[in-house]
Each structure stands twice: as structure tokens, then as C-alpha cells.
Design a protein around this ligand. Structure first.
Ligand SMILES: NC(=O)c1ccc[n+]([C@@H]2O[C@H](COP(=O)([O-])OP(=O)(O)OC[C@H]3O[C@@H](n4cnc5c(N)ncnc54)[C@H](O)[C@@H]3O)[C@@H](O)[C@H]2O)c1
Length: 365
């Protein structure tokens, strides 16, 4: 498919390509796009290019930049716009990477975003709760420095919303190296009574939402690979142990999560040619998270009220029952999850896998 110089596909190709071509070693730059910027003497102007296949455009840009010896701060692409170049953070386990985390306004997504920022990543927090995502991003900027995070509106079930959010990521940071597809919802009930609209809602977020995010992110990540053959990037889906074994009275959730692993395996087979590794993490229950521990609506309170755990008289009894189900006798924590996230990013020889983090509760066959 041809890329036209004056549409958004050009920005989504040129910015990630510049990030990688101008980067030092394997650390890409940060790029901020501006449609019309005031002329600057130190700007480097690329020759105008014709509409054409992405590989051809990337080749032309690489050839034009070959003659440049000093670091560039501003690159102008006639007919397309201005690309401002900046250095990313240098310290940390994922220093220099740009990560997009979906469902990052609260819960596990927020904690992943916080941990990635602490480890040197620049982070885009995307959520249907745009205000929550923006507030969380502001706090990350206060903690780690201006420009280290951005909050974005994204409804993962909506094609246009997902595209707009990834376009904004490219205009703000120049692309992405890591997508954490975390947004997820749960409505548990018997198959005999679950309203079809609830089944559709859970499936739309957990299954369709993952597909849409990968569909919009993959071409941007692939542009980096066109620029440099060694460049790799990562898609990590936050799945669940319910993606590996069935979940009683929770079919919509488990079905969508099982489907997510099918998507991961299929994306992995296709996208490895673009240097994109695709893996899922399947955590056990986060028993300390509000989902479980909230005194009013947490699952411990709900299960106590509904008598789901026979003989349980207190919330503590319900909690103990769930801890007893784990060979390691405790719930999953974000620290456990982050070890898996860092492993998947750092390793160079695995794709299409579903990595359990369940304290031994679920084992692979
Ligand atoms: N909490 C657990 O015990 C547990 C266990 C295993 C896996 N998980 C998985 O971890 C992920 C996060 O779970 P959590 O417990 O943090 O949930 P949470 O409800 O605390 O947070 C989910 C976030 O996703 C956002 N979101 C919901 N619908 C969205 C949409 N359409 N578009 C964009 N954002 C949307 C919400 O606004 C919220 O910020 C989910 O995928 C879940 O399945 C959770």
C-alpha cells in the first residue's frame, strides 16, 4: 500500500523511522510532530518525496540522513510537517523505550505504567477514563520529569478512538516500542442468566479491544524495523489464568481471554517479520487489588454475601480460601507481574507465548 506525503499514514511512518535512524546504538530518540512550525536555521530539510511504498520512503529518508554528521534537533519534511528530536532518559531497565499502556487510569495498568516510568520508559497512559489517565500522567511527570508521560482518551472497543489515540502517541513521542494491552473488564454470572449485552460488553473490551490495539500499533512499530534491521519491539497482552483454564460462572471473561491467546499466537506468527514479539502474561488473582479487597464491592465481600464459599463467615475466611487454592499460598502482586514484563521485553528468542504468573495455581500442559 502506498503512503501519501500529506496524510496521517506519512507521519506514522516518518516519525518512528526518524526515531530509530537518529537514535544512538539501539536507543531510539523521542520525536514531537508539529504540522507548521516556525522556520529554524538549524533545521534539516529532507527532499520532498513522491507517494510510494513505505519501504521506498524509508530508504530515501535513510539515504538523505547518511550525509549528516552532527546531531539533529529539527527535521522538516516538505508537505508533511516538522519533527522535533529529543533525547530519551538514559537510566533504567527500559530506558529509551516508549510504552503505551491501555486501561492505565487505575488498577494494574496504572501500576505497570508507574513501574515502567520508574525504569526509564516514556509512557502513554490510554483509558476510556481520559481524565483519570491524564491525571495519572501529570503525576508521573511530576515524579519523573516533564514529557515523561501523556494521558490519552482511548476506548479500545472503538476503531476510530484507538486509531486517534495511536496517532496522538506518534505526534507526541514519535512512535512506540512496547504496547501493554491491559484494558479488561469482568461480568461474572451463570451462562443460564448472563444478559447477552453483558457477554458482548466483556468480549468487546477483552477480545475485540486487543485486536484493534494491535491492528493500529503494529504498522507504527513495523516502521522502526524498516529503518533498522536489528530494531525489535514488544506487544504484551495482560491476559489471566482464566485464559488457560475455564472459570466457573465466568464464561464471557474466560472465553475472551482464551481467544486473546489465539490472537497472541496468530499475531506472533505474522508480526515477527516486522521484528515485533507478541506474548501474553497470565496472572493469577491480585488478591490485594481493589477488585478483590474493596470493603463494599470487592469480590471477597460479594462472595461472602452470595455464599459462594461454603462455611465462610467473614471476608477473611473467603480470602483464606482463595489463598489456599494457590500452591504458594498468596495472591499475585504487581512486582510478580513486572518481572514477567521485563523478561518478555529483554529476551530475544520467544514469541507467541502465554506466560503464567500464578504461584503454581495454573500449570501449562
Ligand atoms: N485484578 C485481577 O485479579 C486480575 C487477574 C488477572 C488478570 N487481570 C487482568 O488485568 C487487567 C487489568 O485489570 P484490573 O484489575 O486492573 O482492572 P480495573 O477495573 O481496576 O482497571 C481496568 C481499567 O481499564 C479501563 N477500561 C475499561 N474499559 C475500557 C475500554 N473500553 N477502553 C479503554 N480502557 C478501558 C478502565 O477505565 C480501568 O481504568 C485486565 O485485563 C484483567 O483481565 C486482572
Amino acid at each position: 500500500m502506498n503512503v501519501s506525503c500529506n496524510d496521517r499514514s506519512a507521519i506514522n511512518l516518518i516519525a518512528p523511522c526518524l526515531r530509530v535512524l537518529l537514535g544512538q546504538g539501539d536507543v531510539p530518540k523521542l520525536i514531537r510532530y508539529e504540522e507548521s512550525a516556525p522556520a529554524r536555521k538549524d533545521a534539516f530539510t529532507l527532499p520532498p518525496f513522491e507517494d510510494g511504498p513505505p519501504q521506498q520512503i524509508v530508504r530515501l529518508i535513510a539515504e538523505s540522513l547518511r550525509s549528516v554528521s552532527s546531531p539533529l534537533e529539527v527535521v522538516v519534511v516538505p508537505g508533511c510537517g516538522t519533527f522535533h528530536v529529543a533525547d530519551p532518559p538514559r537510566r533504567g531497565r527500559v530506558a529509551g523505550k516508549v510504552a503505551v499502556v491501555t486501561g492505565a487510569a487505575q488498577g494494574i495498568g496504572l501500576e505497570i505504567a508507574q513501574n515502567l516510568a520508574s525504569a526509564g520508559a516514556t509512557v502513554a497512559l490510554a483509558d476510556i477514563n481520559a481524565d483519570g489517565a491524564r491525571q495519572a500522567a501529570r503525576e508521573l511527570c511530576e515524579a519523573h520529569g516533564q514529557g515523561r508521560a501523556a494521558g490519552l482518551a482511548m476506548d479500545v472497543t472503538d476503531d476510530a478512538s484507538v486509531q486517534d489515540a495511536f496517532d496522538e502517541v506518534v505526534r507526541t513521542f514519535g512512535g512506540l516500542d512496547v504496547l501493554i494491552a491491559n484494558a479488561g473488564v469482568l461480568k461474572a454470572q451463570s451462562v443460564k442468566t448472563l444478559p447477552v449485552k453483558d457477554f458482548d460488553f466483556v468480549t468487546a473490551v477483552n477480545y475485540r479491544g486487543y485486536f484493534l490495539c494491535v491492528q493500529k500499533a503494529a504498522p507504527i512499530m513495523a516502521a522502526g524495523r524498516m529503518a533498522r534491521a536489528e530494531y525489535t519491539s514488544d506487544i504484551i497482552q495482560i491476559n489471566s489464568k482464566s485464559g488457560l483454564v475455564g472459570s466457573n460462572r465466568n464464561a464471557a471473561y474466560a472465553g475472551g481471554k482464551f481467544g486473546g491467546i489465539g490472537l497472541t499466537q496468530s499475531f506472533a506468527l505474522e508480526l515477527i517479520e516486522d521484528g515485533i514479539k507478541v506474548n501474553s502474561i497470565c496472572p493469577g488473582n491480585f488478591l490485594n487489588s481493589p477488585l478483590w479487597s474493596d470493603p463494599e464491592n470487592g469480590l471477597f465481600s460479594q462472595y461472602l454475601r452470595s455464599g459462594k464459599v461454603p462455611g465462610a463467615k467473614t471476608v477473611e475466611d473467603v480470602r483464606k480460601k482463595y489463598e489456599q487454592m494457590v500452591p504458594m499460598k498468596r495472591g499475585c502482586t504487581v512486582e510478580d507481574l513486572m518481572k514477567a514484563v521485563f523478561y518478555l521485553i529483554e529476551q530475544k528468542y520467544e514469541t507467541g507465548q502465554a506466560l503464567p504468573v500464578t504461584g503454581g495455581q495454573v500449570m501449562l500442559h
